[in-house]
Design a binder for this molecule. Structure first.
Ligand SMILES: CC/C=C\C/C=C\C[C@@H]1O[C@H]1/C=C/C=C/C=C\C/C=C\CCC(=O)O
Ligand SMILES: N[C@@H](CCC(=O)N[C@@H](CS)C(=O)NCC(=O)O)C(=O)O
Length: 164
């Protein structure tokens, strides 16, 4: 049972390692710019790294929740692909923000889009599970029946061969 979710688990571990990397970057920026805790302000270069890490951390619990909900209730493949892209977008956001506020924007939009896709597929997956469980209604099965009916009606009738 657990092994079936190994891909989601791998994406989660990768995400945790990414968070660790962002923390280490803040520690090294504190040393570089001599900003000792509990201070959180200093040169702009430091504050950008600090805010980038804080913003990524803020969204990490939401990311992990929707990654697993979408993976378990909708599709592990789609959720894992969105998850990997999200982690890449967050890395680009962090690197972009460390350079300038402007350079954070494109990866920020992309990461937000991926998060909303994961949230949307989570909602859809949970809704379909509710319908199956409480109303005994399998919407996906009805949908695939409908598709195969449509496909059959489009196929030309087979012409009987004239045995000469
Ligand atoms: C699934 C997400 C759940 C909860 C968070 C809810 C809302 C947060 C929105 O999803 C996040 C989208 C963020 C998009 C931001 C877009 C643009 C940033 C706006 C202005 C920046 C301009 C500037 O600083 O120069
Ligand atoms: N901690 C966020 C709270 C608001 C928020 O989540 N804003 C979204 C954008 S609308 C975000 O991802 N902000 C981070 C950023 O702008 O870099 C912030 O400082 O902006």
């Amino acid at each position: 049972m657990f092994e079936e979710t190994a891909v989601l688990a791998a994406v989660t571990i990768l995400g945790i390692l990414e968070q660790a990397h962002f923390c280490l970057q803040v520690i090294s920026a504190r040393r570089k710019f001599s900003v000792r805790p509990p201070a959180t302000s200093g040169p702009a270069e430091f504050e950008r790294v600090f805010r980038a890490q804080a913003n990524c951390s803020e969204y990490f619990p939401i990311f992990v929740a929707v990654l697993w909900l979408s993976g378990l209730f909708f599709s592990q493949g789609l959720a894992s692909a969105c998850g990997l892209l999200y982690l890449y977008a967050r890395l680009s956001y962090f690197r972009g923000y460390s350079r300038s506020p402007q350079q954070r924007l494109l990866p920020l939009y992309f990461s937000a889009l991926l998060l909303w896709i994961l949230l949307g597929t989570s909602c859809l997956g949970v809704l379909l599970a509710f319908l199956r469980l409480y109303l005994k209604l399998d919407v996906l099965e009805h949908f695939s029946c409908l598709l195969s009916l449509l496909k059959d009606s489009e196929e030309p009738p087979s012409v009987a061969q004239d045995p000469k």
